[in-house]
Design a protein around this ligand. Structure first.
Ligand SMILES: C[S@@+](CC[C@H](N)C(=O)[O-])C[C@H]1O[C@@H](n2cnc3c(N)ncnc32)[C@H](O)[C@@H]1O
Length: 266
């Protein structure tokens, strides 16, 4: 089955599954921790927002023994791989979480490491709640690592290279505090909830692997506005600043904070 892919903006074109999946084992851990918060009911209707290349969407479908699962992603590069994982019960389509509207109520709305690129989480989560069926569950994971020095170095370098045209690190401003998500879920009328902050301990082979890590995600905003040649120069300069700041360590212990949240309607 071929996913439906429409026209896209520059930033979306920069998502590359090969680069993103370089650290797939580390990135998969929070996915399964998040899935573990769900209370599976056989035959449920599931949507995976920001589904990436679809591999984990299909695995989630199986894990939940779901009836139908829809994967939604805005990036053609990611969606181009989804036909490997599509089936009669697992479909994929292009959509932007910010403007996506549910074709029908869902029993489970799942979003692992995706809504951090969408503004105004209070409004987004409130909208998503409206798409839940009775007794529906929502499970969201967002990074909460903006205070790690590598993100600050990337933003500083962006300002040096691009001045006021440097794309802002919107993840920093979009992600709320864990307690703010808890308050929001309560205010939205979820009867039960679980919100937690987890520090994932990643032993990367070297300090420069942190650069490879962010090349799969937050450096995409620079890739979208720089020429190919300038982007390579940007990454080289970024790598040397990261090594200067953190030291050339091998292995490098990379702490990564993430917020996992789950809530259920009665
Ligand atoms: C870090 S990856 C996570 C992929 C997958 N959920 C996983 O756990 O492996 C983030 C995904 O969110 C998608 N994404 C980012 N912003 C989005 C948006 N506004 N609407 C839909 N998808 C988005 C990206 O294209 C990318 O595939």
């Amino acid at each position: 089955m071929t996913p439906i892919i429409n026209g896209t903006s520059g930033r979306e074109k920069t998502w590359d599954p090969a680069i993103y999946n370089r650290f797939s084992s580390q990135r998969e851990e929070p996915f399964w921790d998040l899935a573990g918060l769900l209370e599976p009911t056989a035959g449920s209707n599931v949507v995976d927002l920001g589904c990436g290349d679809g591999r984990l969407t299909a695995a989630l479908h199986k894990y939940l023994n779901a009836g139908q699962t829809l994967g939604v992603d805005s990036a053609p590069g990611m969606l181009s791989k989804t036909e490997l994982y599509a089936s009669e019960c697992v479909r994929f389509e292009q959509g932007d979480i910010a403007s996506w509207s549910a074709p029908q109520p869902f029993d489970i709305i799942f979003a692992n490491a995706s809504i951090q690129w969408v503004d105004d989480h209070r409004s987004v989560i409130s909208t998503l709640k409206g798409y839940l069926a009775q007794g529906g569950q929502i499970a969201i994971q967002v990074p909460s690592n903006a205070d790690h020095v590598i993100y600050q170095l990337a933003s500083q370098l962006g300002t040096e290279w691009l001045g006021s045209a440097s794309p802002p690190d919107t993840v920093t401003t979009n992600v709320l505090k864990p307690e703010e998500y808890a308050e929001l879920l309560d205010a939205l009328g979820f009867d039960r909830q679980h919100v937690r902050l987890v520090v994932y301990p990643h032993r990367l082979s070297s300090t420069s692997d942190t650069v490879e890590w962010v090349k799969g995600t937050s450096l995409n905003r620079f890739k979208a506005v720089l020429s190919d040649e300038d982007y390579l120069g940007f990454v080289d300069e970024f790598r040397s600043r990261v090594i200067k700041e953190l030291g050339d360590q091998s292995p490098y212990f990379f702490t990564f904070k993430r917020i996992l949240m789950w809530a259920r309607l009665s």
